[in-house]
Design a protein around this ligand. Sequence first.
Ligand code: NAI
Ligand code: SF4
Length: 445
Amino acid sequence: LAGLRQARSDAATPLAPVLSSHWDEDRSWTLDAYHGHDGYTALRKALRMNPDEVIQTVKDAGLRGRGGAGFPTGMKWSFIPQDPATDGTAKPHYLVVNADESEPGTCKDIPLMFATPHALIEGVVIAAYAIRAGQAFIYLRGEVVPVLRRLQAAVAEAYDAGYLGRDILGSGYDLDIVVHAGAGAYICGEETALLDSLEGRRGQPRLRPPFPAVAGLYACPTVVNNVESIASVPPIILRGPEWFRGMGSEASPGFTLYSLSGHVAQPGQYEAPLGITLRQLLDLAGGVRAGHRLKFWTPGGSSTPILTGEHLDVPLDYEGVAAAGSMLGTKALQIFDETTCIVRVVLRWTQFYAHESCGKCTPCREGTYWLVQILERLERGEGSEEDLEKLLDVSDTILGKSFCALGDGAASPIMSSLKYFRDEYVAHIAGAGCPFDPEASALVA
Ligand code: NAI
Ligand code: SF4
C-alpha cells in the first residue's frame, strides 16, 4: 500500500481512490471502521429500490467486469430470469463471487478483501438482491488463508448486525453467504471450472453456451462476478451513475485498481480513472527503478500480449489497449527493464501455463508442453531459427482453438514477444546462449 499512500498525498495526481481510500486506516477491516465511511448505507438505499431499479442503475453507470474480460455488469445481471416463482423454471438463482485471483502480476482483489472485506460483502448483498438470489458464494483462492479468516470474520459481523440472514434490515429479503476456499488451481478462476469446483468436482471448464446466467451453479441461473466489480457497486448505488460516468471514458467509465509490479520504484495498487496511461502511473510510482529504463510491460497480466516503451501513452482502458494490440485484462502492469531477458521471462510464463493447463483440450495440453521444450532449448543456446517458426506454429494452433481462455493466454506472450524482440531470440541462437546472463543456460539445463 506504500505506493498508494504516497501518491494520494499529492492532490494534483490523477488518482481516484474510492475502493482503496481507507485501506491504510487502523483496523480498516472491521465493521466499526466501515460504518465510519458510509458502510452499508448503499445497502439501505438499494433495499428501498426494487431489484430492477438496482440493475438499471448499474447498467446506467456502465460498470464493466473487472476480472479481465470487461463484460457489462448490469447487462450480465439482466440475463437472469426476472422472478424464480414466475419465470417458468422455479429454479433458485445464485450469485458467485470469483475471488480466485491468480493471474500472474494481478494483486488487487486480495488486498481489497484483506483491507475492507465489508466493501465486498455489502456489494454481494446488493447484487444478490438485484438478481433475486437467496444464496451467495465467495470462491476464494485457497492459498491466502489470512484473507479467508478475515472474510469469515467479516461475514460473521455482518450476520450479527442484520446485514445478512433473515429479513435483512426489515426488508423481508433473505440472503446467506458461504465463503469457500479453493485448492490452488489457476483454472478454477475460469468461471465454469470454478462452478464445477464449487459443486465438488474436479475444476475443468464447461462448454459455453449455455452461459452461467442460464445454467450455472447446480444448473441454475447464476451470476459470476469478480471481487472488484462487486465492491464497485455500493459507491455506484450511493453516489449515482452520473458520478461514476464522470470518470473514465464513454465506453470504459469509472475508476479501477491498477497493480504495478516488477522493476518499478514503488510497486503497489494505484486506483485511478480508466484511461490513465502507463506514463502517468509510472510518474506516481517513482518511475522505473533508478538507473534503468523500460523494456517491456504487460497491461493485464501475463495472459495479455506484451507492450513496449512505444506504448507509454496508450490509454489504459478496454478500447485503448485493444487498439495497441493487447488487452486491458486484469490491469496488472508488470514492468521489466533492460536487464531482463525476454526469452527467460516468456519461458517462465509458459512453464506456468503448462503446469496449470487442466488437460481437457489437446491444443493447450500438448501445445504448452511443446512450447516449454522449445523455449528451454532456446534459452540453453541449443535452439535454431527453425525453432522460432515452430514457436509461432504451435502458438497459432493454440490461439483461438483451445477450449478456454487459458490457451490464448499461453500463446499471447510468445507471439507478442517474437513481434517486438525477435532479434533477442536470434541472439540466443547466434551466441549459443543467453546474452544477458551466461549462467541462465545452466539454470534451465
Ligand atoms: P468472456 O468474455 O468469455 O466472458 C466474460 C463474462 O461475460 C463471463 O462471465 C460470461 O459468462 C459473460 N458472457 C459473455 N458472453 C455472454 C453471453 N452471450 N450471455 C451471457 N453471459 C455472457 O471471458 P472469460 O473467458 O470469462 O474471461 C477471460 C478473461 O479472464 C481474460 O480476459 C483474462 O484477462 C481474465 N483472467 C483473469 C484472471 C484473474 O486472476 N482475475 C485469471 C485469468 C484470466
Ligand atoms: Fe484446459 Fe487449457 Fe483446454 Fe482451458 S485451454 S480447457 S485450461 S486444456
